[in-house]
Ligand binder design. Structure first.
Ligand SMILES: *Cc1c(COP(=O)(O)O)cnc(C)c1O
Length: 442
């Protein structure tokens, strides 16, 4: 292998081993999943579906794809599954193209409130440009006002309501979303990219009885390869018998060419792993860990410098795998805190919170527990991590971003260099490294 490339990959492997991944969309796939993804299946072209391919030589690929489809159908108890979408965004694109004509109305939750770009974000995404997009947000306290959602649906009569979250810590009321969609004759598409693993573990509400279509990525809490699935529910087939065929045609030839068979094999392996008691145990621990982390952050730490001793969470805590820290009471931006935490080997992301206007300079950070739970960490470790986070935030409590845009950029550049020498952050980094060594990545 090219030495330079080999070195970069090895260094990334070390980075993953020696840091705490608190980015809620990230995880560690098993060696078996990674071997499937790196296998010779990637050499094969297989446009079409099992038994209906445009190329010869696909008998074994057909078996691999059938395995993935059957496992998805069994695990989620659905009549139809498509495992070919290249990733979550293409899966949502295919669904919207299957259900809508250009210019039709779609409805979703705005990005700044924890929705996804593909749920109709105006101007910059296909979903906001090719369709007439109407969106709702969360209230000031971070919760959804379902009455407002109902009123918007009634006024706008969307053809599709697409719901799923990337930064909403609380449980969604899928039954209500189903009733709202039914009341206006809309399709309800549930995008469970973040929470699919929690739904398998019965620790997060399931949309399957209420949605017509469910999309999910396979690389987040599911711990599979980067990929996605689209599932049609009993209710979806009941609304219109050919929904499964429409979805398949929208994926191929509507949007994609040849499926990534290596990824399909990785999905089959991930679904095999997910259909075990160990997986359910992991899912339960993910939520238990998130609750402990959230509580410890809110209670604060005796280690922290005054006046900052506790952190404020949007929605008052979590009912899932993630939480959003509101840094406005600390006068801090997500950029500064995320950068400081990275110096302490704690890797998270800056994130918009309700009311933010700039996604590049948001006032929050997002934290999640799937990856650290996969490493085997539990409540004791979460309490320690919370103390380190609070201590790190305390170290930067006077680091306010300037008002103007150029000033912000210059400040962050200088800040990044300057905090390399921060003794407290270095000390935390050392402790994080010790902890990481006790909990090896798979
Ligand atoms: C991650 C995510 C996606 C997009 O998945 P990609 O694989 O990054 O394209 C879509 N919807 C939701 C809710 C997500 O969290």
């Amino acid at each position: 292998m090219d030495k330079h490339l080999q070195e970069l990959i090895t260094r990334e492997e070390k980075r993953q081993e020696n840091t705490l991944t608190l980015i809620p969309s990230e995880n560690y796939a098993s060696r078996a999943v990674r071997e499937a993804v790196g296998s010779v299946l990637s050499n094969k072209y297989s446009e079409g579906y099992p038994g209906r391919r445009y190329y010869q030589g696909n008998d074994l690929v057909d078996e691999v794809e059938r395995l993935a489809i059957e496992r998805a159908k069994k695990l989620f108890n659905v009549p139809h599954a498509n495992v070919q979408p290249y990733s979550g965004s293409p899966a949502n694109s295919a669904v919207l193209f299957a259900l809508c004509e250009p210019g039709d109305t779609i409805m979703g939750m705005e990005l700044a409130s924890g929705g996804h770009l593909t749920h109709g974000q105006p101007k910059i995404t296909f979903s906001g440009k090719y369709f007439r997009s109407v969106q709702f947000g969360v209230e000031g306290d971070g919760t959804i006002d379902y009455k407002k959602v109902q009123a918007l649906a009634k006024a706008e009569k969307p053809r599709v309501i697409i719901i799923g979250t990337t930064a909403y810590p609380l449980a969604l009321d899928w039954k209500l979303f189903g009733e709202i969609a039914d009341s206006v004759g809309a399709y309800l598409v549930a995008d469970i990219a973040h929470v699919v693993g929690l739904i398998i573990g019965n620790v997060y509400p399931s949309p399957f009885p209420y949605a017509h279509i469910v999309t999910t990525t396979t690389h987040k809490t599911l711990r599979g390869p980067r990929g996605a699935m689209i599932m049609v529910t009993e209710k979806g087939l009941g609304k219109y018998g050919k929904l499964g065929e429409d979805i398949d045609r929208a994926v191929f030839p509507g949007l994609q060419g040849g499926p990534h068979n290596n990824t399909t094999a990785g999905i089959a392996q991930a679904l095999f792993e997910a259909d075990t008691p160990e997986f359910k145990k992991y899912a339960k621990q993910v939520v238990a860990n998130a609750k402990v982390l959230a509580q410890a952050l809110q209670e604060g730490s005796s280690l922290a410098r005054r006046p900052l001793a506790r952190l404020k969470l949007i929605g008052g805590g979590t009912e899932s795998h993630l939480m959003l820290v509101d840094l406005r009471p600390n006068g801090l931006s997500g950029n500064v805190v995320a950068e400081a935490l990275e110096k302490a080997r704690i890797v998270c992301n800056k994130n918009s919170i309700p009311g933010d206007t700039s996604p590049f300079y948001p006032s929050g950070i997002r934290l999640g527990t799937p990856a650290v739970t996969t490493r085997g960490m539990g409540e004791t470790e979460m309490t320690k991590i919370a103390e380190w986070i609070i201590k790190a935030v305390g170290e930067v409590e006077n680091e306010k971003l300037p008002e103007d845009k150029d000033g912000k950029q210059a400040f962050l550049k200088e800040f990044k260099v300057r905090i390399k020498g921060n003794k407290v952050l270095q000390e935390i980094a050392g402790k994080v490294k010790d902890l990481c060594q006790k909990f090896p990545v798979p």
